[in-house]
Design a protein. Structure first.
Length: 218
């Protein structure tokens, strides 16, 4: 089985998912990218807003729980926002992985063209480099062209959405069957109640017919 290492440029991926109004399930995405392969390690690189240094603690914990080795970096304030570039850290870790781990495949979750030099270097070393991104949103054309392969995250979303819809169908059918069973049960109970009422009325009528008025008796 091919050995795989994943690198997640989280700012790039998170921005694309948010722009497309798609919920980002970190653990599910890792499972999708590593399907049929042996996942050696997954690395996530997360920028942190210096104006709220602890604001991403919940996210960092969730990424650790999803199986990532997490690298966070405090950015610097620029005007009304902040800047935090993790390209150097990602590149250095990719090179270290190529030297030490020697995986068969590296998946880079980013469409940033700044990674083209390290992509080509890993390819020269015999490592297959796949880029996972949204082709019309966060993937530069040169990155898609120069990587060994491209994983279209739009297709990932479509497949997952289709699976969710298919899962809802038997659930709705099951609920309908429960409702039908309830209706059937209620109908049965009502029929039994009516039958009981009719039976009691018949008994009362028979008893009434058997009791004669003394004044009319022969």
């Amino acid at each position: 089985m091919e050995r795989l290492v994943i690198f997640n440029d989280y700012a790039n991926i998170e921005a694309a998912f948010r722009q497309l109004s798609i919920e980002l399930d970190d653990q599910d995405l890792v499972s999708y990218l590593s399907e049929g392969r042996f996942l050696v390690e997954a690395h996530a690189f997360v920028p942190v807003d210096p104006r709220n240094a602890y604001g991403r603690d919940a996210l960092l914990e969730r990424l650790w729980q999803a199986g990532y080795v997490v690298y966070d970096k405090l950015g610097t304030i620029v005007g009304d926002g902040f800047r935090c570039n993790l390209d150097v850290e990602i590149t250095m870790e990719m090179m270290r992985t190529a030297e030490v781990v020697k995986p068969d495949i590296v998946v880079l979750m980013s469409g940033d063209k700044d990674f083209i030099p390290v992509i080509l270097e890993l390819r020269r070393r015999g490592i297959r480099v796949e880029v996972a991104a949204f082709p019309r949103h966060n993937a530069a054309r040169d990155v898609m062209l120069k990587a060994s392969g491209f994983i279209d995250l739009e297709r990932y979303h479509e497949e997952r959405w289709a699976n969710e819809e298919e899962a809802e169908v038997p659930l709705l059918a099951g609920l309908a069957l429960v409702d039908d069973a309830k209706d059937s049960s209620m109908a049965t109970d009502e029929a039994a109640f009516l039958a009981s009422e009719i039976e009691e009325k018949t008994v009362r009528d028979e008893r009434g017919a058997g009791t004669q008025d003394p004044t009319t008796a022969p």
